[in-house]
Design a protein around this ligand. Sequence first.
Ligand SMILES: Cc1ncc(COP(=O)(O)O)c(C=O)c1O
Length: 389
Amino acid sequence: MELSRRLQSLPPYHFAAYARKIAEKRASGVDVISLSMGDPDLPTPPEALDALTTAAHDPANQRYPEYAGMPELRQAYADWFGRRFGVSLDPAREVLPLIGSKEGLAHLPAVVMNEGDVALLPNPNYPVAATAVAMIGGVAHDLPLSEENGWLPDLNAIPEEALSRARTLWLNYPNNPTGATAPRAFFEEAVRFAREHGLLLIHDMAYAEVCFDGVRPASVLEIDGAKDVAVELHSLSKAYNMAGFRIGALVGNATVVEGLTRLKSNIDTGIFKPIQIAAIRALALPPEWVAERNAIYQRRRDRVVAACQRIGLRAATPAAGLYVWPRIPEGRTSNEFAYDLLDHAGIAVTPGTNFGSNGEGYVRISLTVADDRLDEAMARLERNIAARA
Ligand SMILES: Cc1ncc(COP(=O)(O)O)c(C=O)c1O
């Protein structure tokens, strides 16, 4: 059986292939410490679990769910958005629950792009958008990010040839993999730019609620007029330790929300209601819950950054997100470095190039393991680097 040409050009998803390799290592007796995926290890709030289990017993919740999500969940998202960002959303027209924000990233190109249209995509970037653009016959134009530009793209440097065919501008702050946050002035510029060039600005805010040192990342929808040109993706995966539940939302421009609702209702049949009910409960948690959880990640972040400094790896201290993004020593690619760590030190980190060519020279270390395992991983990293020096 021959697969489609587009699929044939699609490599296996890094984390799926890597998970298989980690499983093989573990099966052969290696104690692998995985700092690879940003998969929260801390527990889902018990209130959400209780809501889920109670709701699961109600036969009404076992039937097909509403295509556009439960009205109560759309309302809960709108309420949360108002409290968190001071932005008012119409729950009927500007909020769409998703099967995780990844699902929204994957389907948005089909909603707003035609074959041959250009997507302006940061490099490095979470890889899902580039794949989704390729699958609909869109063309990716790289927006290079670097340490020097604070991991923010230079919108004025986009060549006219790409800009004239561009339909979407993708941003992600707090940023995966770099940990960068965007100042409000940059969002103002991006909204202005999207309006001027007829682009849909797609802001991935999966890490909105993982933030440190008192920083509270802003939504792009806080900018005046943003709803005319922008949508934003949110997720309960990292915000409320609910990655396995697969639940998030698209918010913002009503035409795009309607378009994605139409596409989804043709190809999926909503989200299991008890999961939506658990999400409603999580979204009602007080900010103190998020702050307490973030204190744990912040402590881990400080351990990893301090260890990187001790080892001689240059790493910024991220104000948000689940990762530290150190530069690796010269002489090896980030892929060679990461696979050597897996093969010889029993640590899984993500090669920077998994996020694009500008990730070369970096690896991504996830903060989703307990302190003692994190310390053990950093000790192994130190020994590995010393042995290779
Ligand atoms: C930048 C970014 N966006 C979106 C997602 C998808 O998250 P989910 O589908 O669990 O909401 C991830 C997951 O790691 C991510 O790193």
